[in-house]
Ligand binder design. Structure first.
Ligand SMILES: NC(=O)c1ccc[n+]([C@@H]2O[C@H](COP(=O)([O-])OP(=O)(O)OC[C@H]3O[C@@H](n4cnc5c(N)ncnc54)[C@H](OP(=O)(O)O)[C@@H]3O)[C@@H](O)[C@H]2O)c1
Length: 331
């Protein structure tokens, strides 16, 4: 697996990053996760050369971090990079209310007090004494609108203390990203990016290149839709399920997406890959600087992310796929 430098640090990471949201097993993900199977997936991914694991306290209210912590006991700590996040708060009611889920009331909160508390909780759950990349998960918003300078000040202090090695930010607009850069050192930007979700990627990549920041793409399969395996007869289990947030699952739209994917069967044959791998490959090939996050808790799903991350699409094939996608997005 190709390894690339993380931002302006001395760390290098695999181009496919192991995402562990669904391993947190909260009610958004339907079927309950099997922790032993999740640990197996993490260890197998490590054996296949994936050396960066992405998690967050919000993934199962600490559970994903605990599962990663279990796997970490079986991996030499200096051979793996851990990326976790802060900013979705549930330990008290300070912050801007986000939602109630799994019996927890969550708040957007990026105050210095919360950053300092959250990092300690994550270190405990992960069973480690440092975090390689510590990320702002969601941006602050009114009425509890912490200035970016305050959050960044806390993060830079954690860096000086050696509790974190690098800082990342997620889900921000250009102005917010530039403000983080002005107030401290940003090495990673993590954003949603797939064939169907391309808003702002060009502008973000430009800023990343200007400042040497790595770009990590999440949701490259739109919660499994772009694998081509969830056909018209697939029913989203309930109204809490995370797939309700993907408008492309609506029947009319889904039909068009599946028709587009089916039209690429010759490409799957050419690259000897699954449709899931081809979709991941489009995201990975969009720009050579992109890291792609996987989102599977089953090994058979992980295999397609790994395969996709390794495919180099011929420029003509990438152009053909992009033209089909543009036509779909224009409808
Ligand atoms: N910073 C942020 O705000 C943010 C937001 C979202 C995600 N992330 C990170 O990015 C990672 C990936 O995001 P995501 O989970 O949204 O990714 P995704 O790739 O769009 O979707 C993952 C879902 O697709 C399913 N899937 C994967 N391969 C499949 C296949 N071949 N056939 C059918 N279904 C398949 C998975 O099922 P199974 O669970 O059954 O394997 C899972 O439910 C997360 O784990 C997390 O680490 C970060």
């Amino acid at each position: 697996m190709v390894r690339k430098k993380i931002g302006n640090t001395d760390m290098t990471a695999s181009s496919v990053v192991l995402g562990t949201w669904s391993m947190g097993g909260d009610e958004q993900w339907g079927e309950k996760s099997d922790d032993a199977a999740s640990v197996e997936v993490i260890l197998k991914a490590y054996d296949q050369g994936i050396n960066l694991i992405d998690t967050a306290p919000a993934y199962g209210f600490g559970h994903s971090e605990e599962v990663v912590g279990k796997a970490l006991k079986q991996i030499p700590r200096d051979q793996v990079l851990i990326e976790t996040k802060h900013g979705i708060w549930w330990l008290d009611d300070e912050g801007t209310f986000m939602r109630e889920r799994d019996g927890y009331r969550t708040y957007f909160n990026l105050s210095r007090r919360c950053v300092m508390r959250e990092v300690e909780e994550s270190l405990k759950r992960l069973g480690t004494d440092y975090i390689d990349i510590y990320m702002v998960h969601q941006q602050a918003r009114p009425p509890f609108d912490t200035p970016i300078a305050e959050t960044m000040g806390a993060l830079m202090d954690l860096k000086k203390q050696g509790k974190i090695r690098a800082i990342g930010v997620c889900n921000c607009n250009d102005d917010q990203l530039r403000e983080y850069i002005r107030c401290g050192e940003v090495d990673v930007l993590q954003e949603s990016f797939s064939m169907l979700t391309q808003q702002n990627v060009k502008a973000h990549l430009d800023i990343c290149k200007e400042h040497g920041i790595s770009f990590e793409a999440y949701a490259s399969l739109e919660k499994g839709l772009l694998s081509g395996n969830l056909r018209m007869d697939y029913v989203i289990p309930d109204d809490k399920n995370v797939r309700n947030n993907v408008p492309w699952f609506a029947p009319e739209k889904r039909k068009k997406v599946l028709a587009m994917l089916d039209g690429w069967k010759p490409l799957c044959e050419k690259y000897e890959c699954t449709q899931a791998a081809l979709s991941v490959a489009w995201t990975a090939n969009y720009d050579e600087s992109i890291f792609v996050l996987s989102g599977g808790r089953k090994w058979k799903h992980m295999e397609s992310y790994i395969a996709g991350g390794n495919i180099r699409l011929d420029p003509a094939d990438f152009r053909q796929m992009s033209a089909d996608i543009d036509a779909l997005l224009a409808e």
